[in-house]
Design a protein around this ligand. Structure first.
Ligand SMILES: Cc1cc2nc3c(=O)[nH]c(=O)nc-3n(C[C@H](O)[C@H](O)[C@H](O)COP(=O)(O)OP(=O)(O)OC[C@H]3O[C@@H](n4cnc5c(N)ncnc54)[C@H](O)[C@@H]3O)c2cc1C
Length: 290
């Protein structure tokens, strides 16, 4: 028998979660929690419902700040996908949210829940890493901000402490960078990705001035190869460079095998999708390479 606890204050929610520890689970949109309950993967005595929280600033809001975007932890993925601000300042995130599951899932699932679940095959995490986003978390008494790249630590594992809540996601202003997300599904269109490629590219006089590429669904956490991205800075944005970057990613990554694809298949996809993503971004960013 599971009891639903409905705190209205952040401090109450976090202290309930700490008090009951493994026997309690936060629930927001419930799309993951309900499945896990149904499948017997979790059996908590308490669900701490987050949708009545009244004192978390901007819990369900998307705001443009001087530094970029602040998306409340309780914002639903459908709202992320539809937001004019997200589409303009972080198009890759809007795109990733728009291809999650189906409309019923997107209208219930929250961005905070998606981050906290840390499913290796979720769409938003790789995008948040490539965008240099940070995650605002609170234990009820204090708030800290963690780079998205440091939040996802392993399959279904985050660096959040017991009772810590994702209160918001901050995405920096893109400046002149363009971003994209490519989701490749190997089974049905509603499935999670076999490989997801999140990329962000800025050009200056036809050369690469900023590059970020993060891969989703190929390992326990989003994979970003910072050395590869750094060493191409200043080079002309042309087809041969994008092929070189894609090749380097394919060689550097050690992809997993699962029901959505073998390691070999994933490596081939990385080689093709990274090259295409960057070529498309260069075209919209003012370059012409393909
Ligand atoms: C049929 C189906 C298809 C799906 N397809 C995709 C897909 O294609 N791509 C994709 O990315 N995802 C997919 N998902 C997963 C979905 O995106 C996640 O389940 C969802 O984002 C989780 O958000 P939620 O609000 O429903 O979280 P919940 O189910 O409420 O919670 C998920 C986890 O996060 C914790 N939690 C929730 N909110 C917070 C918070 N604010 N702070 C801290 N912890 C919190 C909960 O305790 C739980 O551990 C799919 C899910 C289903 C059921």
């Amino acid at each position: 028998m599971v009891s639903l606890l409905r705190p209205t204050l952040l401090a109450e929610a976090t202290s309930l979660a700490r008090e009951h520890d493994w026997d309690a689970k936060f629930v927001s949109g419930g799309t993951a929690v309900v499945l896990m309950l149904q499948q017997g993967l979790i059996a908590p005595s308490y669900l701490v419902y987050l949708n009545d929280l009244a004192d978390v600033g901007g819990w369900r809001d998307i705001a443009e700040t001087g530094e970029g975007l602040r998306i409340g932890g309780g914002v639903r993925l459908g709202d992320v996908a539809r937001s004019e601000s997200v589409r303009r300042l972080a198009p890759s995130l809007a795109l990733a949210a728009s291809v999650v599951g189906n409309v019923r899932i997107r209208n219930a699932a929250t961005l905070g829940g998606n981050v906290a679940e840390a499913d290796y095959a979720s769409d938003p995490p790789a995008v948040l890493v490539a965008l240099g986003a940070s995650i605002e978390v609170s234990d009820g008494a204090s708030t800290r901000t963690i780079p998205a790249a440091d939040v996802f630590t392993d399959f279904f594992t985050t660096s959040l402490g017991t009772g810590e809540l994702v209160t918001a996601i901050r995405v920096p202003h893109p400046g002149s960078a363009r971003s994209s997300y490519t989701k490749f599904c190997s089974r049905s269109a509603e499935d999670r990705p076999c490989v997801g490629v999140a990329a962000s590219l800025a050009l200056s006089d036809g050369s690469v001035s900023r590059l970020a590429v993060a891969l989703g669904a190929v390992a326990g956490t989003p994979v970003q190869e910072l050395d590869i991205c750094r060493r191409v800075l200043g080079r002309p944005a042309e087809a041969s460079l994008f092929a070189e970057i894609a090749e380097a990613y394919a060689a550097a990554v050690d992809p997993i095998d699962d029901a959505r694809g073998t390691a070999w298949y994933r490596r081939e996809l990385i080689r093709v999708l990274v090259r295409r993503s960057l070529a498309d971004l260069a075209t919209t960013a003012g370059g012409g390479a393909r």
